[in-house]
Design a protein around this ligand. Structure first.
Ligand code: NAD
Ligand code: UDP
Length: 312
């Protein structure tokens, strides 16, 4: 007897595929819905023969009719290069995707978790960012399709909760890295590691003084599952991320050291609206979920470097 029937939208992506692994391992029946816009069957190939795992190629901007007990809504391109490739479609995915997933939750009575983002804080004026901070997002810039799409999705989650009693959990994910990041998706950790392993120049955008806080994927997935199974009535939003804050220059230097590369660090233009600082306040996650990250950046980077050595 499997525990729950769990729907994962975006299940063939970086985070979604790790989530599917964990859900299968802990005895659930998993339905993975993905249109492979940025994800890949390679990420879930090892699950395709499992009788408790089903893959459905489907675009979440359209409704889907399945029966389930829990829904993790992850479908959405997440890296700036990918979400800016077709920005209108990114907003559609966030908003129509949220409507459709919430409609399904309303009909089935399933509990539903939204993968929101630290991007809802925009370029923040306070550091670290607590959940009560309302953010500083440009409504018309190149990042807005993602940031505002995710903000509206949060609004929809809370309106479905208040208006229809849907059982919601909203998670604000901070930069996460690890095996199965796509080589070409342009995020900083995968870029730096791939550049270092190939002996190419390591490209810092701007002067490298901007900061990010990097969470290893296993820690992130643990937080996500704890949030889904948290006490009745706890909706979040809750920050999940690693509060260790590093400048992008420090990250580049750590990658150079760990890979032993002869690549040199070069500086390119900073993209428009690139946030200057980002660090989660995880007081709420500690209190409600008894969660905090356990994997230091150096250790997580080593695991990620070992993974990329096998795929490039
Ligand atoms: P990803 O691009 O690897 O995964 C996204 C998945 O969604 C892909 O498999 C893609 O094919 C699928 N998808 C996109 N549009 C779709 C559509 N219209 N219909 C069906 N499937 C669609 O990205 P990820 O890093 O795994 O991110 C997963 C979720 O977590 C996203 O919602 C993202 O916004 C959120 N998030 C991630 C991070 C991070 O650092 N990785 C940070 C904050 C938030
Ligand atoms: N970045 C960089 N070089 C790269 C890719 C990204 O310096 O090759 C910078 C980027 O400008 C940003 C930070 O690294 O300041 C994190 O970028 P990423 O795209 O990973 O995530 P996000 O900006 O969404 O946090």
């Amino acid at each position: 007897m499997r525990k729950n029937r769990v729907l994962v939208t975006g299940g063939a992506g970086f985070l979604g595929s790790h989530l599917c692994d964990r859900l299968i391992e802990s005895g659930n029946d998993v339905i993975c819905v993905d249109n492979l816009f940025t994800g890949s069957k390679d990420n879930i190939r090892h699950l395709l023969d499992n009788p408790y795992f089903e893959f459905i190629r489907h675009d979440v901007t359209q409704p889907i009719f399945v029966e389930c007990d829990q829904i993790y809504n992850l479908a959405c391109p997440a890296s700036p290069i990918q979400y800016q490739r077709d920005p209108i479609y990114t907003t559609k995915t966030s908003i129509y995707g949220a409507f459709n997933a919430l409609g399904l939750a309303k009909r089935t009575g399933a509990r539903i978790l939204q993968s929101s983002t630290s991007e809802v804080y925009g370029d923040p004026e306070c550091n670290p960012q607590p959940e009560s901070y309302r953010g500083r997002v440009n409504t018309i810039g190149p990042r807005s399709c993602y940031d505002e799409g995710k903000r509206v999705a949060e609004t929809l989650f809370f309106d479905y909760h208040r208006q229809h009693g849907v059982d919601i959990k909203v998670m604000r994910i901070f930069n996460t890295y690890g095996p199965r990041m796509d080589i070409g998706d342009g995020r900083v950790v995968s870029n730096f590691i791939v550049q270092a392993l190939r002996g190419q120049d390591i490209t810092i955008y701007g002067d490298g003084s901007q900061t990010r806080s990097f969470c290893y994927v296993d820690d992130l997935i643990e937080g996500m599952i704890r949030l889904m199974n948290s006490r009745e009535g706890f909706t979040g939003p809750v920050n999940i991320g690693n509060p260790g804050e590093f400048t992008i220059k420090q990250l580049a230097e750590m990658v150079v050291e760990l890979t032993g590369t002869s690549s040199k660090i070069i500086y390119e233009d900073l993209p428009v609206d690139d946030p200057t600082q980002r660090k989660p306040d995880i007081t709420l996650a500690k209190k409600e979920l008894n969660w905090e990250p356990t994997i230091a950046l150096r250790d997580g980077l080593q695991k990620t470097i070992d993974y990329f050595k096998g795929v490039i």
